[in-house]
Design a protein around this ligand. Structure first.
Ligand code: GDP
Length: 716
């Protein structure tokens, strides 16, 4: 019988582990997560390793298959050495090409397990996420999976981690046997073997290390101690003196090193064969941080120096922008960060959030300090492997979902209205590429708009709209791959097949000079007349400032009631600029003069006049096209750096930086999106498949004149 779990049993937040499982596609993230939920989902014998299998009756196969992990955060429990730990497993995207998706999960987790394929070792995406995790100061454990697979090699995979990711990676376990013979691990800390007697993780025998493995085990234990000695002087002394180092001492020193990312323990396993997973869970408890052990960094606005915080989180006071700090404690005012929105078929809109300080009760209100709105907290839910649990209250360190928010977005801070704080948000770029889609079956039209509505609400970097002129459905996102995946989701999850159009760059238009224009709308022959007269002064704004309307009318040249119609008219006009019909950005429109007619003027005539007047005014202000510039990151062996930089230069790219990443190089460059269609396969061809490229939107910049003319010519 699977035991009944008491969900309130872990009260001490030092026993919380908010973790993510990250991996290159196919390394076994899904299988590993399923196994974690499987093993944590049953009553575990307290206090010992996993010998007491009589007690661990298995959930039936049926239930095992029923475990799905679609939730953005799943809560589970694990017992180790007399203590119960609470895990919140935060889902990380399978495709790490979407920086925003990865970063938002990295923002709220405290530690991560990076899963590697035991045959492939470090793969491009695992290395990308690794360095992203570094940026967010997320301590990591490495789990080399699939050791039962033909061709698996633990030691080669481990060496690839050292070569590409960090010299501070070191095994804390090594496999017993390999491929079909893989049957357990040597625990280098306890210096014992753990032999799995079956493929289900039921019977695990702890024994002394057999004679024939002793030399290898000793070699690797010494390696481990050498790495640990770098962060712990006592261990260093004992090691030099040849003195005995106890399991407890070594465990504590490893933990210390992991928390400051000076040690990355490497473990052996095969999730499919249920070997190494329970041992990994033990190590998550032992080594990964609790919420209190996580480091945060924030730049001081005055000194510009980065300050490090621990057991407290820095934010800013929304009133004056000054830094304020909250202890990660229940007694502080409430503050939390929303990191994912999702639509649940049973309960509706869910906002997943992490509590950093204080407590939050269902039925209460919170202040969204990012938007300035107040929101009612309907129900609070915690997600478990195969059910959800309603809770009355959550506290510092918890991760849960709120039902009932109306106007809160991913990355928003929610807090106590009386003590507002703004935590570091999550920035999402505007979509830079789009294409038209249409359902293959006409009758799917309605289903499509419903599905797109859900996808849009769940992913802040994805947009969908209907083109007013053509009636086509246009989807927009961060890159071709991003949109391809949405199309795939439509097919797999919603059963809607669509035809897709050619990808198009999301250009914009703006002006480069200040200028004036007067627009007169006058039709006064026969019937009801029309009259409106508006004098515009347009001027360019800084990138990102958008549209600004200024009313400088004096002495009633245009009556009050028409001014807002003029603003509306311009707002309609800026959706399609005069050059190529692209949205207009970063322009200030000032209305300085005009005239009206007692009978023939009305709100509509002024709106229409403003609509056309703005387009004509823009023509007088040296309009230009803006194009999205992408930050391109390429991880590649040294030998191919030249080929990659040459390629980028031919694509109007600018090399910004060249970094050493382990033994490979990381090229960071900027290039226009319009030049980058097909760049992944181009680069793979140029580098014999060794390049791991990635791109994300950086900013908008003027399209060079000759290219602009060509583009606009083609468009016509
Ligand atoms: P993900 O893409 O990282 O989520 O990977 P999955 O968990 O879906 O695994 C990809 C494939 O590898 C599946 O066919 C799994 O059955 C297989 N797989 C996962 N773990 C293991 C393992 O430990 N051993 C073997 N032999 N195959 C595995």
């Amino acid at each position: 019988m699977a035991g009944v779990i008491d969900y309130t049993k872990v009260k001490d937040t030092h026993l919380y582990r908010n973790i993510g499982i990250i991996a290159h596609v196919d390394a076994g993230k899904t299988t590993t997560t399923e196994r974690i939920l499987f093993f944590t989902g049953r009553k575990h014998k307290t206090g010992e390793t996993h010998e007491g299998s009589a007690e661990m009756d298995f959930m039936d196969q049926e239930r095992e298959r029923g475990i799905t992990i679609q939730s953005a955060a799943t809560t589970a429990f694990w017992d180790l050495e007399g203590k119960s730990y609470r895990f919140n497993i935060i889902d990380t995207p399978g495709h790490v090409d979407f920086t925003a998706e990865v970063e938002r999960s990295l923002r709220v987790l405290d530690g991560a397990v990076v899963v590697f394929d035991g045959k492939m070792g470090v793969e491009p995406q695992s290395s990308k996420v690794w360095f992203q995790a570094e940026k967010y100061r997320v301590p990591r454990l490495c789990y080399i999976n699939k050791l039962d697979n033909i061709g698996a090699d633990f030691f080669k995979s481990y060496e690839s981690i050292v070569e590409h990711l960090s010299e501070k990676a070191v095994p804390i376990s090594i496999p017993v046997g390999i491929e079909n013979e893989f049957r357990g691990i040597v625990d280098l800390v306890k210096f014992k073997v753990q032999i799995h007697k079956d493929d289900e993780g039921k019977v695990i025998e702890t024994a002394d290390i057999p004679e024939d493995m002793l030399a290898k085990a000793t070699e690797y234990r010494n390696k481990l101690i050498e790495v640990v000695a770098d962060v712990d002087d006592d261990i260093a002394m004992k090691y030099l003196d040849g003195a005995e180092i106890s399991t407890e001492e070594l465990t504590a020193a490893i933990r210390k090193g992991v928390l400051i990312s000076k040690i990355f323990p490497v473990m052996a396993g095969s999730s499919l064969r249920n070997k190494g997973v329970q041992e990994m869970l033990d190590n998550v408890c032992r080594y990964l941080p609790s919420p209190h052990d996580k480091y945060f960094a924030k730049e001081d606005p005055e000194t510009k120096e980065e300050k490090i915080y621990k057991d407290e989180i820095p934010g800013t006071d929304p009133k004056n922008g000054e830094i304020i700090v909250r202890k990660l404690d229940d007694s502080e005012p409430f503050a939390g960060l929303v990191f994912k929105l999702a639509v649940d078929p049973h309960v509706g809109n869910l906002a997943f959030f992490r509590v950093y300080s204080g407590k939050l009760q269902s039925g209460s209100y919170v202040y969204n300090s990012t938007s300035g709105n107040k929101e009612r907290v309907g129900r609070i839910l915690m997600m478990h492997a195969n059910h959800r649990e309603e809770v009355k209250e959550v506290r510092a360190g918890d991760i849960a979902a709120i039902v009932g928010f109306k106007d809160t977005k991913t990355g928003n801070t929610i807090c106590d209205e009386a003590k507002p704080i703004q935590l570091e948000g999550i920035n999402f770029a505007e979509p830079v590429v789009k294409f038209a889609i249409e359902p293959k079956t006409k009758s799917d039209q309605e289903k499509l708009s419903e599905a797109l509505g859900k996808l849009v609400s769940e992913d802040p970097t994805f947009k969908a709209e209907t083109d007013k002129e053509t009636g086509q459905v246009i989807i927009a996102g961060m890159g071709e791959l991003h949109l391809d995946i949405k199309v795939d989701i439509l097919k797999r999850e919603y059963g809607i097949e669509v035809n897709v159009g050619k990808p198009q760059v999301a250009y914009r238009e703006t002006i480069t000079a200040k200028g004036e224009h007067r627009e007169l709308l006058k039709k006064q022959s026969g019937g009801a007349g029309q009259y409106a007269d508006i004098a515009f002064v347009l001027q360019p704004l800084e990138r990102g400032e958008g549209y600004k309307f200024v009313d400088s009318i004096k002495g009633g040249a245009i009556p009050r009631e028409y001014i807002s119609s003029i603003d509306k008219g311009i707002q309609e006009s800026i959706t399609a600029g005069p050059l190529g019909g692209y949205p207009v950005v970063d322009v200030q429109a000032e209305i300085v003069d005009g005239s009206y007619h007692e009978v023939d003027s009305n709100t509509d005539t002024f709106r229409t006049c403003a609509y056309y007047g703005f387009k004509n005014a823009m023509k007088a202000c040296s309009p230009v096209l803006l194009e999205p510039i992408m930050t391109v990151t390429i991880n590649v062996p040294e030998d191919y750096v030249g080929a990659c930089t040459g390629y980028l230069s031919s694509k109007r790219g600018l090399i910004k930086n060249l970094l050493q990443r382990g033994k490979t190089k990381e090229i960071i460059a900027e290039a226009p999106l319009s030049e980058l269609f097909g760049y992944v396969s181009d680069l793979r061809n140029l580098t014999s498949g060794t390049a791991a490229p990635n791109m994300e939107p950086s900013h908008y910049a003027e399209v060079p004149r000759n290219i602009m003319e060509k583009l606009l010519g083609e468009a016509k």
